[in-house]
Design a protein around this ligand. Sequence first.
Ligand code: GDP
Ligand code: CA
Length: 340
Amino acid sequence: MSSAIGSIVVLSGGMGGARFLQGLQHGLRAGTLPGVAPDAAVTVIGNTADDCWMHGLKICPDLDTVMYTLGDGIDPERGWGRREESFHVKEELAAYGVEPTWFGLGDRDLATHLVRTQMLDAGYPLSEVTRALCRRWQPGVELLPMSDDRVETHLVLADDDAPSGKRVVHFQEYWVRLRASVPALDVVVVGLENARPAPGVVEAIAAADLVILPPSNPVVSVGTVLGVPGLRDALRATAAPVVGLSPIVGGTHVRGMAHQLLETVGVEVSAGGVARHYGARADGGVLDGWLVDERDAAEVAGVTAAGIAAAAVPLMMTDHDATAAMAAAAIRLVRPDAGA
Ligand code: GDP
Ligand code: CA
């Protein structure tokens, strides 16, 4: 008999990760996660490569999505930003002709960015700022930014009007203004190679009993977290099993733009393609286990052949019960002894 799972680390992007975490917490509360202690601690290592500066404010979309979702402040329809939001400041800025006008900065949300920016200006690192913001929201997890250093994802696009034939846009502009509607030639994550893991990140992975890669974007969410120097080494060194859940279902993304960006970085757009991209831990990668959706059951053999334990289960996060069942299946895959 092995000991109960007392600490879980989740590497998360924004909406996909936050939704998964809601289900995980639901499973914890309901006691439906095999072998997991009822008081298990969850540490979230959040992507900060979506971060941007706008109107003089530091905005951390993925950290805020996790914080608002788990703290019950999210707008459930949009999946980002605050509920009962208004956009007066955005309208006033637009009336002044101040760019960018396409970013949805809500009035309530603005308070978060003001507090964050003031604290950063006063010299606090992002990890401490995030902790302070979470004191209000009580997300029930420890939310750590992947790094306190500035990291920003940019996309290289074709532009016939530019002398080089290319131009570069920030991730937010690609996603929010362009709706990922034009193909990206390349993904450039500025600052990533010099970023250091935030305090507590490597320690949390080392101390974990289980590490989960939820259905988050494999390129611009989980990919950027894994790109922080030292992160992969920590994952390879931990005694905890590392299990992921495919964000690709039936050959494409469920939401977002994983499809486009996987093509950009030359990864096969399939549940198995993403698993092989992450790689088997025994083979220099990061995964011990990988769940694919039922309709991708034919991919299981290819993933197993790559040295990664795999199974096909329903992977649609339709409600908290369904998502908790996904978390339970992930645990069973890599800890078959758990709660047996
Ligand atoms: P982030 O990557 O977590 O910041 O957030 P996104 O919402 O942009 O990406 C989430 C990823 O998870 C996308 O690639 C989606 O295709 C995928 N995804 C979203 N909802 C589901 C779901 O219900 N099930 C599965 N398996 N994947 C999902
Ligand atoms: Ca994101």
